[in-house]
Ligand binder design. Structure first.
Ligand code: DGP
Length: 113
């Protein structure tokens, strides 16, 4: 299943290996291959959705966000804090067009930009 040629669909399906730190019925959490912070997790819906602009299921939106919180706590980021972000489209800096949340933590994060 999944969108042909989509690297994150292949990760969800297991065809491309990843370090999976979280899974429920709707999303998975994997370690980013190019971490921008000591902890950098990506949360992907199991179904192919290109970006936040194509997300219209409020239940899935909630599942993604609550998975981000659960993973942050699981990764020990609760006390000092963390960032959840999703890059959307060209000017948003999105490079993989399968919706994902970034969970970043483990150091002081600077402003967005
Ligand atoms: P974005 O630029 O927001 O679309 O983020 C894409 C992220 O995906 C980027 O931080 C690097 C990560 N990434 C790309 N390819 C792979 C991969 O094959 N495995 C893993 N674990 N992460 C990947």
């Amino acid at each position: 299943m999944g969108q042909e040629g989509c690297i994150f669909c292949r990760i969800v399906g297991g065809a491309i290996p990843s370090e999976r730190v979280y899974e429920d019925d709707f999303v998975i959490g994997i370690r980013d291959i190019s971490p921008q912070a000591p902890t950098h997790i990506l949360i992907l819906p199991k179904i192919h959705i290109a970006s936040l602009s194509e997300l219209d299921d409020p239940a899935l939106a909630g599942q993604l966000l609550l998975a981000a919180k659960a993973i942050a706590l699981q990764e020990g980021l609760g006390a000092r804090g963390y960032r959840v972000a999703t890059n959307t489209g060209e000017w948003g800096g999105q490079s993989v067009f399968h919706l994902h949340l970034h969970v970043l933590g483990g150091r002081q994060l600077k402003g967005l930009g």
